[in-house]
Design a protein around this ligand. Structure first.
Ligand code: PLP
Length: 463
């Protein structure tokens, strides 16, 4: 062992050998030196662990190919595109909504050039970044005024801080949600400096429960979308109209955290339960908050829409500056919102809505194409099967979309090993394991991605 350790060369000595010449012409000296150092360290570890009885040929092609691979891996961005074959359209771990090309172009333009972000081009004076989207949001939701912040969590925190700090927030026990990523409504209320007054029971809360909790200290009646669970059976929740009447009679504010927030009616696609923002505001809710990168199909941001006097208070609150939206997201948001008005049809132009509204025939045809291509590539045990896709992103937890999937068993791979190997592909392919088979739902794939999935399978080390 000690002989082998002594035979390990120095990085600088190896750099000068002829075997390194082609690497040094393709990569920087620093990159080659870093890769060499890592390779020598790994060898030292293997020797010490007794895994190695002889050192590799440092002048050989195998060794320099290994270094090239190390360098290529180090050059690859950590955050990179992945293929979502989970059938969950808005998947938080996979980056939620894809942006439309129009939104990407807007990001490119806002990032590459200076802009009128906070400059009023008419007067030459300082303008507001919010002005670029406020009118559009009002037009699409029927709100009097709107504000956009970093995300929906920030929107909820800001709204509570600016309206209820030191005062009571009345909320139903059936709606005290946790949505993951440590966003628990009771904790957010506490952080805002407001005092939570829970009313009702887990399954039933009546308008009267809210009414009895309202005293001069009460500032807000808070409703929230139970985005990732549903209470079914013996249940009751008051109508928004009734809570609005109560709020307005008592001088409190009716606020609703919608979470996903959808601008268009999804009931033609079997998704009746997601409340449309304009309907919620019409029913008398004073302000609503929702995410930009869920059903809206835009960038990460949080939209607050509703009564002008309340939005004004939010805009002048010190926290507003701390949670403001950045210009790239703002650019993507404006472009996405424009896809909801003429001449566009959002169900064609917004990728999230396109994935939802895509016909089952189109989805099945894509699955059949992928299955045929995999079989032609030697994956004989491949099937095109029906499956269930989900909207995800804190909306419609119980509702699935009819979908189609490709289910594969690869020779020489357990389902887990296949899933792991495909996660290492470029781009990574993320699917599911069902009943001992690797399953890819194709409702979340584009036609281009079908080709990439086939490439990923063809690139598997052992087939
Ligand atoms: C998703 C969600 C949030 C948080 O939204 P982000 O934009 O991720 O901050 C808040 N409330 C509800 C009900 C949600 O579904």
């Amino acid at each position: 062992m000690s002989t082998l350790l002594r035979q390990l060369p120095q990085v600088d000595a190896l750099l000068g050998t002829p075997g390194m010449a082609s690497l040094l012409s393709a990569y920087s000296r620093q990159e080659v030196a870093d890769a060499l150092r890592a390779a020598l360290e790994a060898l030292r570890r293997d020797v010490k662990a007794g895994h190695l009885t002889e050192l590799p040929d440092f002048g050989g092609a195998a060794f320099s190919d290994g270094l090239a691979e190390t360098i290529e891996t180090a050059r690859r961005p950590n955050l990179r595109p992945a293929i979502n074959a989970t059938g969950i359209i808005i998947h938080t771990n996979l980056g939620r909504a894809r942006l439309a090309p129009e939104a990407l172009a807007a990001v490119q333009a806002a990032g590459a050039d200076h802009s009128n972000l906070e400059l009023d081009l008419d007067t030459g004076r300082r303008g507001s970044r919010y002005a670029h989207v406020e009118q559009l949001i009002c037009e699409l939701t029927g709100a009097e005024a709107a504000l956009v912040v970093n995300n929906c969590a920030a929107a909820v925190l800001l709204s509570l801080m600016a309206t209820a700090q030191g005062r009571k927030v009345v909320a139903s026990r059936g709606e005290l949600i946790e949505i993951g990523g440590a966003f628990r409504l009771p904790d957010v209320i506490q952080q805002s400096g407001a005092i939570l007054k829970e009313v009702g029971a887990t399954n039933k809360t009546r308008a009267k429960d809210y009414e009895e909790a309202i005293d001069p200290d009460a500032a807000v009646l808070l409703k929230s979308h139970t985005s990732n669970y549903q209470i079914v059976g013996f249940t009751h929740a008051p109508k928004r109209e009734d809570l609005a009447a109560l709020a307005h009679a008592t001088g409190t504010i009716l606020m609703e955290d919608l979470g996903s927030g959808v601008l268009v009616d999804l009931s033609p696609y079997g998704l009746q339960d997601e409340p449309v923002v304009s309907d919620v505001l019409k029913s008398g809710v004073d302000i609503v908050m929702f995410s930009g990168d869920k059903l809206l199909g835009g960038p990460q941001c949080g939209i607050i829409a509703g009564r002008a006097d309340i939005i004004r208070r939010l805009k002048t609150h010190p926290l507003c500056r701390a949670v403001r939206i950045d210009k790239l997201s703002l650019a993507a948001l404006e472009a996405t919102l424009r896809l909801y008005r003429a001449p566009h049809d959002p169900f064609r132009s917004v990728p999230v809505l396109r994935a939802i509204s895509q016909s089952i025939d189109d989805v099945r045809a894509r699955a059949d194409r992928l299955a045929a291509a995999l079989m032609a590539s030697g994956f004989d045990d491949t099937r095109s099967v029906s499956s269930e896709a989900f909207v995800g992103g804190g909306s419609l937890p119980q509702k699935h979309l009819e979908s189609h999937a490709v289910s594969v068993v690869a020779p020489h791979h357990s389902p887990d090993a296949l899933a792991a190997a495909l996660r290492k592909a470029q781009p990574p392919v993320i699917g599911m394991i069902r009943e001992g088979r690797f399953v890819m739902d194709v409702r979340t794939l584009t036609d281009d991605e079908v080709i990439k999935v086939v490439d990923a399978f063809c690139g598997l080390q052992i087939r």
